[in-house]
Design a protein around this ligand. Structure first.
Ligand SMILES: Cc1ncc(COP(=O)(O)O)c(C=O)c1O
Length: 361
């Protein structure tokens, strides 16, 4: 028996009865869009993050576009974004009319730093997207100290904690994805925006519903981008368990450390003061293909998520002329995600270790 890259089903077994009741409840209520479940989830999720407001939207990509627009980003502006991230972090910028400006990362934490962001700033910079990659937390306060508003892309970081608080309450606004494999996942697509500013929350609420407050008058060209009642009800069942599941992810990371995996691969490094709820456990290896082959031979799940960084993807090249990002290139060629889930056991970590040992150079 190998080890799967994720295990999204085992953690849900104990919640199945409660999930069925929640789904049944929505069926009986006959309210499917923007009803009481979404409102209750928004309040509970904002409270969990320590943010003043949460706005449910259709997915984590539109969450970024809507949050940027709600923060006042528009045509002619620049938004700084890392290139070592999921494509959507940058893809969400052009629909606002602004242009992405790619910045580098710290080679150990895989997150942006104040220095890498500073190198990409210009008088046109309107916002920075700080991606909390793999569950690690980007240093938001240090970036804000540069004088630019920060949008946290927290799609991969629900359940992580830092000395300054939880993702969702660190920057001007934050975005989440509830894609099923995420740390807090629903049973379809879903997302949310959190913010400390009432005005941004109100603008986001308006934008998610066609740019209208009253469904009769339309103030802007907006979106049809709503979290639905079913997904909100499913998320409400899981939210009270998020911390325990996040602890499971941290425990899985410790299994790898204690088994001695660090002898054979470069282990992920938390940013200062962060206890990451590892969404993906990404290790480094100078010959990543060799590690891939060893894991494949032992039937151990693995995936190189971002071999081609975003700024070198065809639609983004027009905004990446002359851009050189050495730490991004290095991370892109050497990283590999290995199995991670809240229920990964020490025995499974030992299995991964045995395979990694055989790829040692
Ligand atoms: C870092 C990051 N940003 C944004 C997104 C987009 O979220 P969604 O798939 O819900 O649109 C994802 C999801 O995969 C992500 O990992």
């Amino acid at each position: 028996m190998g080890v799967p890259l994720f295990d999204t089903s085992t953690p849900l077994i104990a919640l199945r009865a409660e999930l069925r009741r929640a789904i049944e409840g929505v069926l009986e209520s006959e309210r499917y869009i923007l009803g009481p479940e979404v409102s209750a989830f928004e309040q509970e999720f904002a409270a969990y993050c320590g943010a003043a407001h949460a706005v449910g939207v259709a997915n984590g990509t539109e969450a970024i576009t809507i949050a940027l627009r709600a923060m006042g980003v528009g045509p002619g502006d620049e938004v700084v974004v890392p290139s070592f991230t999921f494509y959507a972090s940058a893809e969400a910028i052009p629909p606002t009319g602004a242009t992405p400006v790619f910045c580098d990362i710290d080679p150990d934490t895989y997150c942006v730093t104040a220095e890498t962001v500073r190198a990409a700033l210009s008088p046109r910079t309107k916002a920075v997207i700080a991606v909390h990659l793999f569950g690690n937390l980007a240093p938001v306060a240090e970036i804000e100290a540069l004088g630019v508003p920060v949008l946290e892309d927290a799609a991969q970081a629900a359940g992580s904690t830092g000395t300054a608080g939880r993702p969702g309450a660190l920057g001007t606004a934050a975005t989440f994805s509830f894609f099923p494999s995420k740390n807090l996942g629903c049973f379809g697509d879903g997302g949310a925006i959190t913010t400390r500013e009432q005005e941004i929350a109100e603008r986001a609420r308006t934008l998610r519903f066609h740019g209208s407050r009253d469904k009769v008058t339309y103030e802007q060209v907006g979106y049809n981008s709503r979290l639905d009642e079913l997904q909100a009800a499913i998320l409400r069942v899981q939210l009270p368990h998020l911390d325990a599941l996040a602890d499971g992810r941290r425990r899985a990371g410790r299994h790898y450390e204690e088994a001695g995996l660090g002898e054979f691969v470069k282990l992920p490094t938390p940013t200062a003061g962060t206890a990451p709820a590892w969404h993906l456990y990404v290790v480094g290896h100078p010959q990543a293909e060799r590690l891939e082959a060893a894991l494949a031979a032992a039937d151990i799940g693995h995936k190189p998520y971002y071999r081609t960084p975003v700024h070198r993807q065809a639609p983004m090249r027009r905004w990446a002329q002359g851009v050189e990002l050495p730490a991004t290139e290095h991370a892109a060629s050497t990283h590999l995600a290995i199995p991670m889930s809240p229920v990964l056991t020490r025995e499974q970590a030992e299995q991964v270790l045995a395979a990694a040992r055989s790829a040692a150079i």
